[in-house]
Design a protein around this ligand. Structure first.
Ligand code: ARG
Ligand code: ZN
Length: 880
């Protein structure tokens, strides 16, 4: 059944208090639930309908007496509940060890964990499982004391002790009313890293990070990240930690990154555990940002939550924005901040832009869904964060902070909508560029598709005026043909042809925010002494595709001189992209021009640019992003063009790469700080270029060095960097290196995930990568039951390696169909993620397009698909 946003109605009943008890057993857990229920007087009389899935119902009592009820689909219906407040008691059993969907209560590695967002609570017991029903929870856990010494739930521990038969119990009370999706239980043989802190407000708190025995030394970084997050939220937004105890738990089987359950965040171990020997710089950065993200949800999500799931971006877009701001502040220097921003934009372009132009395109606030889990998307998260960033750009940093303050004053303890958030920011900033255009600004919530902005500049030497004409247009998306103009903040400056910043007004300001809110607008700058180069959309001030029509000469000025580091990077990417697109459109082999090569050499050898920035500027645009620029795309042609560009860049800059490799060795012990990780990133890029070049020249020195470095590396970043250089371009050395790597890390699941992923992401050549992946599905360490492991092969191949996946013989699609069906029988959420590899099938060139459609149709023909996968494949078919 499809659910429509505009059909929202308040619940007919409220649940104010919940008293839950669990007799934990992997095969049969008994759940007893006592609910304080009251009629919602604002709604007409009606039956009480509770959600429940996969439950074995034992009894239903109202005020202690039996009551007549019926089970209707996934609902328990009580037709004639009392008019006055009443106590509803339900008892049911569930089977956690058979719960392979990892939604609700499940077992992993012999312990119990829950995942309730979005609709997992109904797989634990019958409930009004919707976010606008908020209750105060008291939870009693009973379990075998030897097997499950640690018993955790939300809030504060109020009592604990032993019971008969070797069992024990714990009672937890969470004083904050919360929706059921924030409920959590953990029980198992876990150990904790602990830290006591006193916050600015003078309150003492206990922080705990729980993991399996043996993983404790990998929790230091997570703990440090948590402490930094607490300090940051108090300093930047005045938001303190509101619980005496804050717990974080790691679990190996988890569908997503992590979950912000009140006071008891649960993490995929991949997003929590790190040591220099087992995690890369990128892992360290990702862990810091996810720990922060979940912690920040405590205010943006938990204290103020969503009225309904259509409002998901209210908490996710805002919290991603907050974690991105946090990571930038942690990075420190302007250049390191820009590196964060560039990485976020690259991610947006690689994931969200294709989503916005594919079968699943949807607005930041979707209008309908049949399975809400399918809408935990990069549009809701990452584009949602860009929308929040635009608020900040339009009202300024101070204005945004004032808006946040008003938001919490108005809505603390409530379940609200994106409109409430917009109103708070605007009301705190009357007369601002936002407040005066609030209705049109909110089109960012309702219109799908990435707006195309075109800029055209004209300089009149006689009047010294520069006229900038901006036009915008948002392409049609499924179900939305006509789009209105968006409100697009364009942060900009003008440079003269030597790169000097030009004053834009009488006060000498060199940067301005233009607000484009019409289909077409003209902005005139006076007193411009010579023909300028416009630097537009600085810092990526709006999630749009910009065509600025700049010549290579103008792009070179920006790349060398722009005061905005984001646009310097953007110019380097644009230069490369122009060349690749030109070759693809002309159907000709790509040849890099000497001007381009020199520009790249200039970046690589630049005395002042940070290594991290250099690495980003010298990395070619991703294949998915290139595909985005074309109406129809041939994945093989794109791959060939990128490989040609890479090979030429490797060869033309050979000596420079070698010098960069030597110059960027990090001395001393490992720390994942921006400076050392930037050096490692550049050294690893240089190494992979040198090994790639050696493949063409027959040189054996650099491959040998890479192998040595792989063997001797003292941290995972360098070890994996060297291994990847070999896997990508030296089959002879890759084989023993892979074997050695596996032997070294066979007991560390997270590292073995990397081992699988690295092979599945290798550049395709003659079908070898695809063949390798198929063989690896039979490897003793491979399983579809663990989401990280399944993704390490399936998502890596189908979503991150277009040239290996899209094959003229359609074998990639056949593989996809088989795997989606196999995973769907185990874990629908995971299956539907993999299913999304076909989102953009309709834009594929032939023969890929027809073969892809056939594979999707074959999956859709299966009668007993999960609602998750069904929604994805049906939307896919409808999009062609
Ligand atoms: N709220 C979590 C986060 O972003 C994501 C959990 C979503 N889980 C799911 N199965 N849909 O931090
Ligand atoms: Zn989140």
């Amino acid at each position: 059944p499809t659910i429509q946003r505009l059909d929202y109605q308040q619940p007919t009943f409220w649940i104010r208090k919940v008293d839950l008890s669990f007799d934990l057993d992997p095969a049969k857990t008994i759940v007893t639930s006592k609910l304080q229920v009251e009629r919602n007087r604002a709604m007409p009389h009606g039956p009480l309908r509770l959600h429940g899935e996969e439950l074995n119902l034992l009894r239903v009592l109202i005020n202690g007496a039996g009551v007549s009820f019926r089970q209707e689909g996934h609902e328990l219906v009580i037709d004639n509940p009392p008019d006055e407040d009443f106590l509803l008691e339900i008892r049911n059993t569930i089977c956690p060890e058979k719960n392979t969907a990892l939604s609700g209560l499940y077992t992993s590695g012999g312990s119990f964990f829950t995942q309730c967002e979005a609709e997992g609570f109904r797989r634990i017991t019958y409930f009004l499982d919707r976010p606008d029903v908020m209750a105060v929870y008291t939870v009693t856990l009973r379990a075998d004391a030897a097997k499950y010494p640690v018993l955790l739930s939300n809030g504060n521990l109020t009592s604990s002790g032993s019971l008969d038969n070797g069992r024990h119990f714990a009672v937890w009370h969470d004083p904050f009313p919360k929706p059921s999706y924030l409920f959590a239980v953990v029980a198992g043989d876990l150990v904790a890293r602990e830290q006591r802190i006193r916050t600015r407000a003078g309150k003492d708190h206990l922080l705990q990070v729980y993991v399996r025995r043996g993983d404790l030394e990998k929790t230091e970084h997570a703990m440090n990240s948590l402490i930094a997050s607490i300090v940051w939220d108090e300093a930047r937004f005045g938001l303190p930690l509101d619980l005496e105890r804050f717990m974080v738990v790691g679990v190996s089987d988890f569908n997503m990154g992590a979950m912000e359950n009140k006071g008891l965040n649960i993490f995929n171990t991949a997003a929590l555990l790190a040591s220099p020997a087992t995690a890369t710089d990128a892992d360290f950065a990702r862990i810091e940002s996810i720990v922060a993200h979940e912690y920040f949800h405590n205010w943006t999500g938990n204290r103020v939550t969503c009225r309904d799931w259509f409002q998901l971006s209210l908490k996710e877009g805002l919290t991603v924005f907050r974690d991105q701001e946090f990571s930038m502040d942690m990075a420190g220097t302007p250049s390191a901040r820009a590196v964060c921003r560039i990485q976020d934009v690259r991610q947006l372009r690689a994931m969200q832009f294709p989503e916005d132009s594919g079968a699943m395109a949807h607005p930041v606030r979707p209008d309908s869904y049949s399975e809400i889990n399918n809408f935990y998307t990069s549009t809701v998260y990452e584009k949602g964060s860009e929308v929040v960033r635009m608020y900040q750009t339009l009202v300024g940093r101070k204005g945004f902070e004032a808006g946040m303050k008003l938001y919490f004053e108005r809505h603390d303890g409530q379940a609200v909508t994106c409109d409430d958030f917009a109103a708070a920011i605007a009301d705190a900033n009357p007369g601002s560029d936002l407040a005066t255009r609030l209705d049109s600004f909110k089109r960012w919530y309702s219109q799908a598709g990435t707006p195309r902005v075109t800029a055209h500049g004209e300089y009149d030497a006689a009047t010294q005026a520069f006229t900038l004409r901006l036009t915008q247009q948002t392409p049609a998306t499924p179900g939305q043909t006509d789009k209105l103009p968006q409100v697009i903040p364009v942060v900009m400056g003008l440079l003269d042809r030597h790169g000097a910043a030009l004053p834009l007004d009488a006060n000498g300001a060199t940067e301005r925010v233009l607000v484009l809110d019409q289909a077409e607008q003209t902005f005139v700058f006076n007193g411009i002494a010579s023909e300028p180069v416009p630097s537009l959309l600085r810092g990526f001030s709006a999630p749009v595709v910009l065509n600025d029509g700049l010549s290579d000469a103008a792009l070179l000025v920006l790349m060398r001189h722009d005061s905005d580091p984001f646009n310097r990077w953007e110019a380097s990417q644009r230069l490369a992209l122009n060349r690749i697109l030109h070759a693809l459109r002309a159907g000709q082999p790509l040849t890099l021009s000497p001007v381009f090569i020199d520009a790249m050499r200039g970046v690589l050898n630049h005395p002042e640019l940070d290594p991290a920035f250099k690495e980003l500027a010298l990395t070619l645009p991703g294949e998915a992003y290139i595909a985005e620029q074309l109406d129809t795309f041939d994945p093989q042609a794109i791959h060939a063009a990128v490989m040609a560009a890479q090979t030429q860049l490797a060869s033309a800059l050979r000596d420079d790469w070698a010098a960069a490799f030597e110059a960027n060795q990090v001395q001393g012990g490992y720390t994942p700080d921006p400076v050392s990780s930037g050096k490692r990133a550049l050294a690893n890029l240089a190494l992979s270029m040198l090994v790639l070049d050696a493949q063409a020249t027959g040189d054996t020195v650099w491959p040998g060095k890479a192998y040595q470095r792989f063997k001797d590396a003292s941290n995972m970043t360098d070890r994996l960097g060297a291994l990847s250089a070999l896997v990508n371009a030296n089959a002879a050395l890759a084989a023993p290196a892979l074997e050695r790597f596996h032997a070294l890390f066979k007991d560390d699941a997270l590292v073995i995930d990397k081992w699988f992923a690295l092979q599945a992401r290798a550049p395709e050549a003659e079908g070898r990568v695809f063949a390798r992946v198929k063989a690896l599905t039979k490897h003793a360490d491979f399983t579809l039951k663990n989401p990280n492991r399944a993704r390490s092969l399936l998502a890596s191949l189908c979503m991150a390696n277009p040239a290996a996946f899209h094959r003229a013989d359609a074998a990639g699609y056949v593989f996809w169909a088989e795997q989606v069906l196999a995973v769907d029988a185990i874990n629908p959420q995971l299956a539907s993620r993999v299913a999304r590899a076909m989102d953009r099938w309709a834009a594929l060139a032939e023969p890929y397009r027809s073969a892809a459609r056939e594979a999707i149709a074959r999956v859709a023909a299966k009668p007993d698909l999960s609602s998750d996968v069904r929604e994805i494949v049906e939307r896919a078919l409808a999009s062609g």
